[in-house]
Design a binder for this molecule. Structure first.
Ligand SMILES: [Zn+2]
Length: 324
């Protein structure tokens, strides 16, 4: 058992991260390949199989050392059947049998899960969750993803769509349109895209000045990182945007905390790299809206695994399957 590896895969729209991981969750080797979306996504699983075989050959390891492949994919997944229900940017048609396709291509037992759920499992196993059996993870990236773990298992929901924290409504009337078709979702406010949108709205007022405004004039655009960086320097406009973002995020997390009272709520994804300026501000809003027993027991934390959360979560799926 000691030398056995699990292949953890984090499938993204442009790149696919792959890692060989031990049963204890140590990453032995990790690399990335380009995701080939052409031909209705027909090459995706074959390319992953090829990449694994080539890497094993390169490392002088036998295929028998790999006991399974666990994958996170960007879309709702029917956990029992391994069917990915719908994806926008991978070329697959709706209800694509991803698990079967992966098993056929790799000749390995496969488990497939939604990518935000995989990141949550990774953080639970080896990251900020520190083994907590009740944990909520929010991924703040281009969009906002979520994963809810109760008693050590991901909450799937009846259609694989549980934990879609990004699509909780925070602005019931007059909110911005979301990629999901609704308006006023958390994702329109707390994603990198949402933060930039809010900042641009402020910057388009005639009266504004300051560091963020200067960056906007110089570059013709701004990033979410610019907003955090200038807020850290005391720019009033950036601070106003940050307060708006974290008010809504803390509000949602408090309500989730009031529902589940998990040990922790972990903030991950690119936006979470802002660090303590984000965490402190979200904590303030969380404390305001959390039920007192929740406020005293549910801790907010920044994710610690970065880009490795997905592949580790994928590996955990196989480990969990073997232990059953
Ligand atoms: Zn939405």
């Amino acid at each position: 058992m000691a030398n056995q590896w699990i292949a953890g895969v984090d499938l993204g729209g442009t790149t696919t991260k792959i890692a060989f991981i031990t049963m204890n969750g140590e990453i032995v080797y990790k690399w990335e390949i380009t995701t080939d979306n052409s031909n209705e996504g027909q090459n995706i699983t074959a390319n992953i199989a090829k990449a694994i075989d080539e890497k094993l050959l390169q490392l002088g390891q036998a295929k028998e050392n790999v006991i399974g492949i666990g994958m996170g994919a960007p879309g709702p997944v029917d956990y029992e059947t391994g069917i990915i229900l719908n994806v926008v940017n991978l070329g697959w048609k709706d209800n694509y049998p991803l698990k079967d396709s992966l098993e056929l291509a790799t000749s390995l037992p496969a488990v497939v899960e939604n990518d935000a759920n995989c990141a949550a499992l990774g953080e639970m196993w080896k990251g900020a969750g520190n083994g907590a059996k009740n944990l909520v993870c929010v991924t703040l990236g281009t969009g906002v993803g979520g994963g809810v773990i109760a008693n050590g298992q991901i909450i799937q929901g009846v259609n694989g769509a549980a934990g879609e924290i990004g699509h909780l409504t925070v602005i019931p009337e007059g909110g911005a349109p979301c990629n999901c078709g609704k308006t006023g979702c958390l994702e329109t406010v707390a994603s990198a895209t949402g933060i930039v949108r809010l900042a641009l709205k402020e910057l388009n007022n005639d009266e504004v000045a300051g560091e963020l405004h200067d960056i906007f004039l110089k570059n013709g655009k701004i990033t979410a990182k610019d907003v955090f960086d200038t807020a850290r320097n005391g720019d009033p406009l950036a601070k106003k945007v940050l307060a708006d973002v974290t008010f809504h995020l803390g509000f949602v997390l408090a309500n989730i905390g009031n529902t589940l009272n998990p040990e922790g709520i972990v903030l991950g994804g690119g936006v979470s790299k802002a660090g303590n300026i984000l965490l402190d501000s979200v904590n303030e809003s969380f404390a305001k809206f959390a039920f007192s027993a929740v406020k005293n027991s549910t801790k907010l934390a920044l994710a610690t695994l970065g880009n490795d959360a997905g592949v580790l979560g994928g590996a955990w799926l196989i480990k969990n399957k073997l232990n059953q």
